[in-house]
Design a protein around this ligand. Structure first.
Ligand code: ADP
Length: 488
């Protein structure tokens, strides 16, 4: 699929340090999850190169922070325009290495680029404050200054957007960044970095360290231990988030963590059922269920339970599964064999504990060597099942029956996670009550998809720290400095 790129020079397989493409002394393979075919071999960097990248970023920092906000904004704006101009090639790279259908990867390019556009604009609005004086002889000010060298460790499920959501606000604030992209999807990251260079980003301001899983751990240790790195932003599993948080303790690094979710999706008796079915489809099966905001548990009130199940399962049964490059496909392969195993484990456990299989329920081996799993709906699930407690991260929708609003809220909140949540209701009072009662960073009311660049995305509890996107997102990369001027 990569021979079809309109601009073949976007296929970068070396890493980027200090404005130079670095082949590394070792390489690792990147595969197409739809076919198992090898796509490319990519530079496999390690701790020594991570140190070089930190040194390059440190050296680049003074000149970058001293550029005017408008100059930084203009470079970001050009990067945004180049990302969109190469939308089709970036989408192809992403479908090839990540698997989701082209319609979704085109959407991700637009979404990923939108963070660059937004922070190109926000770069010019980093305003400080003047405060009322407590003494006639003093003047009080608050400056906002870039925090310093930033590191970003990103996942494979959004190979572009999870990078731009971190890198764009950091660059806008005046910080250099070192990105360690997911080992399964480095090609999108490297192509985006090439476009940043074409946009005029100076050497060392953006560095991309590609690495396999073992070297990623080693690079992570170097980034966390470094005194020069002042901020680490991570999106990925809660398990790895905890490791990184512990590794950052000795240097008291500022952290942004966007970790796992266990999103509840509640349908009340008074919901518009057609709309709830559409929302559930979009929320659950986007990216084959591999997003941290995908509905993981569907709670449906007793009065509409059977009607919802019937409509929902009928729609799910029509979803087309296959290679993301083919026409009309809405569900691609899962990213790797372990992802398939997890879906199967959750399914087997639920069936063994009495769940009713309405549609799907098996691996689609006939589609080839890729990890295809039929979109699945289970009814009559309950809290003791694995699918109620863990994020499935696949195309499995467990449906739970509930009776009262209080029961739904209690069940929804009975998890250590708190990222996205959704509910459907037409009752204004209930909309307020439930929105306030859900212990989540984000609540979708009568919608199944809620992310966009100008809203604060993030979680509470063990889903993470900090918010990305919106005018709040840039604060992550700024330090407040209180200046008290005396002798006035
Ligand atoms: P997922 O569950 O999305 O596969 P992971 O949390 O395993 O996510 O990985 C997300 C990112 O974190 C990837 O870039 C991966 O290479 C990196 N990573 C995984 N383990 C570590 C670690 N111990 N130290 C640093 N980075 C890690």
């Amino acid at each position: 699929p990569l021979s079809l790129l309109r601009d073949p020079t976007l296929l970068k397989t070396d890493a980027l340090i200090d404005g130079r493409w670095v082949p590394g002394s070792q390489r690792f393979d990147v595969f197409d999850p739809a076919t198992g075919a090898k796509l490319a071999d990519v530079a496999n960097l390690g701790p020594a190169e991570a140190q070089q990248a930190i040194a390059a970023a440190e050296a680049a920092w003074p000149a970058w922070r001293n550029q005017s906000a408008k100059q930084r904004s203009q470079i970001l704006r050009r990067w945004f325009e180049l990302l969109l101009a190469h939308q089709e090639d970036l989408a192809r790279l992403m479908t090839a290495e990540q698997g989701k259908p082209l319609a979704e990867t085109r959407g991700e390019v637009a979404y990923g680029a939108s963070f660059v556009e937004w922070y190109a604009e926000e770069a010019k609005r980093v305003n400080g404050e003047t405060l009322p004086q407590f003494d006639q002889n003093r003047r009080l000010l608050v400056l906002k200054q870039p925090i310093g060298v930033c590191a970003a460790i990103t996942p494979w499920n959004f190979p572009l957007a999870m990078i731009t959501r971190k890198v764009a606000p950091a660059l806008a604030a005046g910080c250099p960044v070192i990105v360690k992209p997911a080992e399964l999807t480095p090609l999108t990251a490297l192509a985006a970095a090439e476009l940043a260079l074409r946009a005029g980003l100076p050497p060392g301001v953006l560095n991309v360290l590609s690495a396999d899983s073992a070297q990623s751990i080693a690079i992570g240790q170097v980034l966390c231990a470094s005194d020069a790195v002042r901020h680490l932003s991570f999106t990925g599993s809660t398990e790895v988030g905890r490791i990184l948080m512990a590794q950052c303790a000795p240097t008291v690094k500022k952290l942004a963590l966007e970790l796992g979710g266990n999103a509840p999706f509640i349908v009340f008796d008074d919901a518009d059922l057609e709309s709830a079915v559409e929302g559930a489809l979009a929320s659950k099966y986007r990216n084959a269920g591999q997003t941290c905001v995908c509905a993981n548990r569907l709670y449906v009130q007793a009065g509409v339970y059977e009607a919802f199940l019937q409509k929902f399962a009928a729609k799910v049964g029509t979803l087309q599964v296959g290679n993301g490059f083919a026409e009309g496909i809405s569900i691609g392969p899962l990213i790797e064999p372990a992802a398939l195993d997890k879906v199967q484990r959750h399914l087997d456990d639920a069936i063994a504990q009495g769940a009713r299989l309405l549609t799907g329920g098996q691996r689609l081996s006939a589609l080839g060597s890729g990890q295809f799993f039929a979109p699945t709906v289970l009814a009559d699930c309950h809290a003791a099942m694995l699918c109620a407690r863990e994020e499935t991260f696949g195309p499995l929708a467990p449906v739970f029956k509930f009776h009262t609003e209080a029961d739904a809220i209690a069940a929804a909140n009975a998890t250590e996670f708190g990222l996205a949540s959704y509910f459907y209701s037409r009752d204004v009072g209930r909309i307020w009550r439930v929105s306030e009662a859900l212990e989540y960073g984000m609540v979708g009311v009568n919608v199944g998809i809620l992310a966009t660049e100008h809203v604060p995305f993030g979680g509470v509890k063990q889903s993470g720290l900090g918010r990305e996107g919106s005018h709040h997102g840039i604060d992550e990369y700024l330090e407040l400095k209180y200046v008290c001027v005396g002798d006035v």
